[in-house]
Ligand binder design. Structure first.
Ligand code: NDP
Length: 418
């Protein structure tokens, strides 16, 4: 059993108080968005149209549906994978193995949903259940995080995350104590990261599109764009699933409430906000503007994919011909930093691409409401904060070499701006 650590890592997110506030604020914001999206004025900054009672939030059927969904995704995760990838080296010099079958899970889910719909599954009833489903997902996230915290108390010190073992219960519960909680080969964090939430998000979007078709005869162009863009994003994440193994969530953050709630509740119920908004507030959109928005999304995707693939290829094999010619800086750890290509433009080119796409997802909703831009605004704040966290970790890891990188590549996310 690991002794309480009192880790030396500086506390993030405002320490225990900030963590407690976020644990309250995030679910409240999610319910606010769900309520406001279906209200007439759809005001992001106004009060919610009403406060739902427990009878509107709690439904055993919604809980059963969420658990069935998690069970289905877990079963798909356990299916044989065409490839098993190794993660980054851990503190004890070992490497974990991960099944690469996320895209297969997406395709099989699509087939099962298609079969279900043709057999009469009322998918268009899903939008009416979003409140109780979000409530059930929040309950699951809280209980799951508690179990993860208890499991982490039994984990050896070498299995703990660098930041989530401060010794403060609230902070560690929020940030996640254990880095890679597993039962046998089932990796909870890796499973939750890209599957139930991301696939759930596009399923909710699809249900909203079908309901719009039932209400208005056909889905609107704006709804098609939002569905298409976000399906591309989710499909891409699962197609390049292996790339998640070099991201902060997997290599640095423990698995606690922050990621459990984020993956299982926040992503599916708030990232589908634009489609929710469009169902209740149809927006006219012509082909010329739609084409321009598609172009913005394509530019964002090009930068996002190019940057993420370049770093992932380089981290897997620096001699790979696709990255071997790029200029690098050596560090005392033996790892090198890219200083040309995408990573020579700004220090987080992947965030830039992601933000451009976030803007393209909101634009089909018009410019008369702030609500559909919530994702863009929240994501900007989140990525600025995330970039700052990453910089701090890199400065600690790479010391002088990181300072040299910052000197050579002075901008963080947006060239000549930030
Ligand atoms: P990154 O994939 O950017 O990973 C950061 C790590 O990359 C650093 O810690 C460092 O790790 C390595 N690195 C940094 N600079 C260099 C360099 N010059 N050369 C080589 N390696 C470098 O971070 P994230 O995990 O935050 O993001 C991954 C993707 O996921 C991004 O596209 C992001 O936009 C997206 N994302 C999306 C979210 C959403 O909700 N939609 C939420 C969070 C992220 P090391 O040196 O140890 O390899």
């Amino acid at each position: 059993m690991a002794p309480p650590q009192g880790s030396r890592a500086p506390l993030e997110f405002g320490g225990p108080l900030g963590a407690a506030a976020l644990m309250l604020l995030l679910p409240v914001t999610m319910f606010h968005l769900l309520l406001v999206a279906r209200s007439g004025p759809a005001r992001l900054l106004g009060p919610p149209p009403y406060l739902p009672g427990l009878e509107e939030l709690w439904s055993p059927w919604a809980l059963l549906l969420c658990l069935t969904w998690l069970g289905l995704q877990a079963a798909l995760y356990l299916l044989p994978a065409h490839k098993v990838a190794e993660g980054q080296e851990l503190k004890d010099k070992s490497r974990l193995r991960y099944p690469i079958n996320g895209f297969q899970a997406l395709v099989l889910t699509a087939l099962l949903v298609g079969l279900g719909v043709s057999a009469g599954l009322p998918l268009s009833a899903l939008p009416e259940m979003l409140l109780p489903l979000a409530f059930a997902a929040t309950l699951i996230a809280f209980i799951f995080s508690l179990l993860l915290y208890l499991k982490a108390l039994l984990a050896p010190a070498s299995a703990l995350a660098p930041g989530g073992n401060s010794g403060n219960l609230i902070y560690d519960f929020f940030l996640g104590r254990e880095l890679n909680p597993r039962i046998c080969s089932f990796d909870f964090k890796y499973f939750c990261e890209l599957r139930p939430g991301l696939i759930g998000w596009v399923l909710i979007n699809l249900a909203l599109l079908i309901q719009e078709a039932e209400l208005r005869g056909s889905p609107s162009l704006a709804m098609w764009l939002v569905n298409g863009f976000q399906l591309l994003y989710v499909g891409d994440a699962l197609w390049y699933e292996e790339a998640v193994l070099t991201t902060m969530d997997i290599i640095h953050d423990g698995f606690g409430f922050m990621l459990a709630f984020g993956d299982l509740a926040w992503v599916p119920f708030t990232y589908s906000l634009q489609a929710q908004f469009l169902l209740y507030h149809p927006q006219p959109l012509g082909w010329p503007l739609a084409s321009f928005i598609c172009l913005i999304n394509a530019v964002g995707y090009y930068i996002f994919r190019g940057a993420n693939s370049q770093k992932n290829t380089f981290r897997k094999n620096p001699s790979d011909p696709r990255v071997a010619d790029l200029e690098t800086i050596s560090t005392a750890t033996g790892r090198r930093l890219l200083v040309s290509g995408w990573w020579g433009m700004v220090r987080h080119p992947n965030y830039l691409g992601d933000l451009i796409m976030a803007l393209a997802w909101s634009l089909p909703c018009g410019v008369f409401h702030l609500l559909p831009y919530f994702y863009f605004l929240y994501f900007t704040a989140m990525l600025v904060h995330r970039e700052d966290r990453d910089e701090r970790q890199c400065r600690q890891k790479y010391g002088l070499a990181w300072h040299e990188y910052c000197r050579r590549v002075p901008y963080r996310i947006v060239p000549y701006v930030y």
